[in-house]
Write a protein that binds this ligand. Sequence first.
Ligand code: ADE
Ligand code: ZN
Length: 329
Amino acid sequence: MNITEFIKKSPKAELHLHIEGTLEPEQMFLFANRNKIKIPFKNIEDVKKAYNFSDLDSFLKIYYEGAKVLINEKDFFDLTWAYAKKCKEDNIVHTEIFFDPQTHTERGISFDVVINGIHKAMQKAEKEFGLSFKIIMCFLRHLDEDSGFKVLNKAILHKDKIYGVGLDSSELGHPPSKFEKLFKKAIENNFITVAHAGEEGPPEYIWEALNLLNVKRIDHGVQCLKDEKLIEKLSKNKIPLTVCPLSNIKLRVFDNLKDHSLKKMLDKKLIAMVNSDDPAYFGGYLNQNLIETQEALNLTIDDIKTLLINSFKSSFLNEEKKKEWINKI
Ligand code: ADE
Ligand code: ZN
């Protein structure tokens, strides 16, 4: 079996995926038409042309614009169901997905509409495909902590559906320390915590996420290589880093996939793995990320095995389930 076949056929876990980032241009038009929402694009070609980003903020502007077509529970259900079908195609057997309630509540959509649509689709996928899942609610870090408390209070009412909380959106100028109290309350209410840190932001933001937000994983974290002490801490404490290679290229964190630091991270014994972030915007789902990264960095089959094992190990599955999947790789 060649390495691409190995990637496609192996069972996989995805740990860094924004459900709003799976909104394909075709769906954007479909939802816009059925909800009578105006979008600033004439056709699909037009949309694809706009997906030419210079950094994280230039992407987020278009991403939040796209999300405005999501109005009803059925939209959130259909979006999530389409992603679940991609999981089946890619042999993803476990997925931990992010959603950003404030992107929707800030424009008048109710929290319940969002979470119920997403959760019902994931439950259907669990039943029909055996896909296991966790849902993680992210706070938008460009908003203030008070806005975060409002959605946290809603999440507490949906604790049966939401496993943890995270932190995303515009990183520079919005350090984890801005949300220390909010994360403390989330932990008191038994949510696990993760945070985007060190995507564009400095190693200091990763330190803050670890020390102030008590995160179990760092999302992205690629900037950690600038700080030897941090590398030591991350590897000693086995803190996973949910790396997203195609995202990093589209958002110009690295100029070229050949320059990506993933292999260096593995060499330093960091627990890194490959994820897809916002696949509809960045050029591919999990298999595509793995295949392109393998080619660009000349990863061996053992490197790929390490990446796939790291995903299951770093997941929030129970130990027995982790072992079961790892034995099947
Ligand atoms: N929201 C969606 N994708 C994101 C990313 N890559 N970084 C920060 N926030 C995001
Ligand atoms: Zn992300």
